[in-house]
Design a protein around this ligand. Sequence first.
Ligand SMILES: [Zn+2]
Length: 681
Amino acid sequence: MRLPIFTACLVAVALATLGAAPAGPPTPSLPAATGLNFHQTPQELAASCDAAIATAKAAYEKILGAPADKATFGSLQAIETAGADFNDATAVPGGLWELSPDEAVRKASGDCFQKVSNYNVEVQSDPRINAVAEHVSTLGGVPAPAGTKLVEYYVVGGKRAGAGLDPEARKRTTALFQQLNDLELKFAQTLDNEIVTISITPTEARSLPASFVALLKKTAQGYVVPVDESTYGQFMINESSSAARKRYVIAYGSRGGIQNVQRLQQAVAVRDELAHLLGYHSWAAYQLEAKMAKTPDRVESLLNTVSEKLLPKALSEIAALTVYKNSLGSPGPLRRWDYGYYENKLINSKYAVDEQLVRQYFPVDHVVTSVLGIYQKLLGVTFAEIAPADTWAPGVREYSITDTASGKPIGWFYLDLYPRHGKFSHFANFPIRPGRVMPDGSYQKPVSAIVGNWPLPSAGKPALLSHEEVITFFHEFGHLMHSTLSTAPYETLYGTSVRPDFVEAPSQMLENFMWQPSILKEVSSNVKTGEPLPDDLIKKMIALKHVADGYDWSGQAFYAQYDMTIHSSGPKIDVDTTWFDLEKKMTPFPGTPGTHPEASFGHIMGGYDAGYYGYLWSKVYAQDIFTRFQKEGLENPAVGAAYRKDILEPGATVEPDVLVQNFLGRPMNPQAFYSDIGITQ
Ligand SMILES: [Zn+2]
């Protein structure tokens, strides 16, 4: 899922060390098929941003000039259209800040993004829009389910934005939301633009794969290793020097710096004040009202149940790994920076699954083609690559989507898969423009993108992916399908705009596919021989799947508990000591002194605040949804079609519990989740 982390480029650093930025194609004389123009100059971006805000202001004033008690459902639809027009007009100028290879474009786009965010805060808390929504909610004749759900979203949204408050309190909430936006923006900017590295000696480089070392900058003393998500996995499992791994972990856990700790601390205080002004006793209570879970109590109860069962499991996994480490002649306890290295070694010896060997079966091109092939078959859609692609950076690929049965065009998507300096630093689906019914009755076609940071190919060799990277791609592509195959009539209710604690469920469900032998054969092709993954290797990979369930899920429960704790304990809770206290209590490893990992915990400064539990929560739904595929066939197009119709198409027009019940033919139950992670009730 795309995390709405904010950024722009304020730090003047050397331009693009990776994929340096040649000028994009010249401004096309005709608009691209998508209708989106990615080739605007910084001046043009700024101008189109300001023009969009002016147009939106004029549109709202025209609608809101009439008294609210005369408003009809049509008035609310007009408000929705004004907002959707604004979002569409600012999608590119306000979206290139974490995509463009050009620093000046990123800067202009970041400025636009900030203006757009601030303006949205103003609109959401506008008492006149709230008055229209409140009035329309008393009228009959609103079409169900999309119309009534739209009214409900506006009423609850207005309340949560403080639109019903007196002018002074409203002014204060608007200022606080804007302050929060600024803090979140600066938090993300710092992470996207800082360059964190460690130096290693030629001896320390010896245990790293040659293809990895080939990409490192060489110095007189050795090599410089970039410390980020694109190197973390490869470095931590291969580097044989404990001291080098420790340096890496400390650098990784120090990203964001003390300034991001302070921003998070300030954000917690701002959120707490906001919650109280809006009539909630904590930020967590405020956030949960708009979610499936509804109350912090329900979340706490799930976290307690799960973590109680998981910690003993995690501790026994670590104990076994410590024995293994000691048996290799390395005495003493297992540290955090030892975990990946020894886990990989144990895996290689006990299960003989060599991560480097598995990578040989996942060359990028084959993975992309076969994953796209699976989605096409399963969901009844056809993708066609567009050449030349019309995009924001060299190397980004563009595709059209059509409905296979009817031949009807549906929309477009982009694949932007490799790192560049200044680019978004994770792997996510970016819904660029949602679908919706336009005022003339036509349907606006959606546009979405996968933005990722796969390892770069080295000279003459294709990039090879780990199984985990393949799963991530499959997961994110599942979000992309949600954000392009939805048929919801309103942007507010479109695609992935579902309840935030449900949004991960469809993609978490899809991850199960990447553990099925028939699917693994389909997505693999040895880079030298073209053979699919052999049966015995697949068997070992599957045997391995649950090896670290305790460690992994206790980590997830810890992140979720940290998030809930700092957002339900008042404004003064110390975000730094709370991290270390809870980590010690809930996970097998104490925190590493000298680090402050919360400074790079982008989720809680990018829209997942008091919401991180959603990964675990929605996993419960995911595993239950998957049971129908298990029973009726993984690549059964009839089940795929039902999934598209019951889960993906409605977007937020139908509540998640009802979507799942429609698909399964019964209410959700958590059995599949518990048995999947080895908890017997
Ligand atoms: Zn996701």
